[in-house]
Design a protein around this ligand. Structure first.
Ligand code: ATP
Ligand code: MG
Length: 431
């Protein structure tokens, strides 16, 4: 009769065992962002559809075919599940006048939605950590954001993530390049695939980003934007590179790095690994000086980047990184009427002292409860029978210990259990 309902294709549950990696990742990321003075901002997951059309550009993969857009049947509003965070972040900054007084360094993390073909490293619901700075125009902030990445990979214990860098210049410089590019592609029209033909006049820069093997050689010979850059754009690019060189941060200039979104100018960068197969870009970003004005704000320079959390977690797991062993310090075993009234109070008393406690629920024999205590990974069992309850004591049993002497047990007064446990835990840490 009833069929089980499954999760939406490309949208994954993150189960215990996996989720601990996510928590460790998020903790590391938060303290890393704090160390650079970035502050949290949280935007809605749903935004008005026109926001993304205006911010991202009509002729992009995202707006053309990846957005979850729908009309709210209750009031007719066109809405979209956010495919990325920058548009919403900039909308919020404008709406709340956040950069009127001073520039802002902001970050957010959370779900993004794109209707793509699900595969390794590519999902329909995925997560990004987004970092944006608004109101800074110099290459110093671009370089800061790039070097931040290097530090995070280090904090996460990740190696071999390489930096690619490029500049997109300014719109006027791009226009000249664009004309040359169209002429070049027209000359090679027989080599263009369907996507490229469609984009030839609307967004030829995106053809450079094509992954079609048959087009690679032709693309490699295409005119380069860098040959059209004026002094200011070149100086900005050089400014970024200077800081990177001073920091000893290796990078490769990739003239084909163009980014999927329309709103970028000047600096663009990606962090790429070869350990994840085709989906190797774990972080991408750059400058987007035109976006604030494009979305109706007073013109303000900006730059930012977004990391793909699924891809980074996959890398962490592949590199053998482990979160601290899950589990608790103490498992509370109890049986009998008096014991079962005392036990919850003992458990809360331990938690008052910062000890993590798994409280046995559901009854059962001492033997079966002790099995669960063993399996829980707890270092101690606190055992309470009616004997103990009557004496105002518990039996404290060591389940695992650093000194290799599990199995020890002793009676301890109810008021001393926390101290006993904390002393043992401290002794182990010292050992
Ligand atoms: P790609 O070329 O892989 O489609 P993109 O240019 O669309 O990437 P961005 O919009 O720059 O990606 O997003 C930043 C990062 O978010 C990517 O580098 C990647 O790590 C991650 N990301 C993007 N789309 C997905 C997805 N569908 N599933 C998982 N991670 C994603
Ligand atoms: Mg994409």
């Amino acid at each position: 009769m009833s069929q089980n309902i499954q999760s939406v294709r490309g949208m994954n549950d993150i189960l215990p065992g996996e989720a601990e990696f996510w928590e460790l990742f998020e903790e590391t990321v938060r303290s890393w962002l704090k160390s650079y003075g970035y502050r949290p901002i949280r935007m809605p997951i749903v935004e008005p559809t026109p926001l993304f059309k205006r911010a991202i550009g009509e002729v992009t993969d995202i707006v053309e075919k990846e957005m979850y857009s729908f009309v709210d049947s209750l009031n007719g509003e066109p809405l979209t599940l956010r495919p990325e965070g920058t548009a919403g972040c900039v909308r919020a900054v404008i709406q709340h006048n956040l950069i009127a007084q001073q520039p802002q360094r902001l970050y957010y993390m959370g779900q993004m939605f794109r209707h793509e073909r699900p595969q390794k490293g590519r999902y329909r619901q995925f997560h990004q950590v987004g970092v944006e700075s608004l109101g800074f125009s110099g290459p110093d902030i671009d370089a800061e954001q790039i070097l931040m990445g290097a530090r995070l990979w280090d904090d996460l214990g990740l190696e071999g993530i390489k930096l690619q860098l490029n500049t997109l210049g300014q719109p006027a410089e791009r226009a000249k390049h664009r004309a040359e590019l169209i002429a070049y592609f027209e000359k090679h029209a027989e080599l263009l695939d369907e996507d490229a033909k469609r984009r030839l006049h609307s967004n030829p820069l995106r053809i450079l980003d094509s992954k079609n093997p048959a087009m690679q050689e032709m693309i490699a010979g295409a005119p380069k934007l860098i040959d059209h850059l004026g002094a200011e754009s070149l100086a900005h690019f050089e400014g970024v590179q200077q800081v990177l060189r001073d920091a000893g941060q290796p990078y490769e200039i990739n003239p084909r790095l163009v980014r999927g979104l329309d709103y970028y100018n000047l600096t663009v960068f990606e962090w790429v690994t070869d350990r994840l197969g085709a989906q190797g870009t774990v972080c991408a970003g750059g400058r987007y000086d035109g976006l604030v004005e494009q979305l109706g704000g007073k013109p303000a320079p900006a730059c930012g980047f977004a990391m793909g959390v699924e891809r980074l977690i996959a890398l962490i797991r592949e590199s053998g990184g482990e979160p601290a062993a899950p589990g608790v310090d103490v498992y509370v075993v109890h049986q009998g009427a008096a014991a079962s009234r005392l036990a919850p109070r003992v458990a809360e008393g331990l938690r008052d002292n910062g000890i993590d406690v798994l409280f046995h629920c559901g009854g059962g024999s001492f033997k079966s409860q002790m099995k669960k205590a063993d399996a829980s990974g707890a270092a101690f069992a606190v055992i309470i029978g009616d004997d103990e309850a009557a004496a105002g004591e518990v039996t404290l049993k060591t389940l695992r210990s650093e000194d290799g002497q599990p199995g020890q047990q002793k009676r301890v007064g109810v008021d001393n259990v926390a101290d006993e446990i904390m002393n043992s835990l401290m002794d182990w840490e010292e050992a």
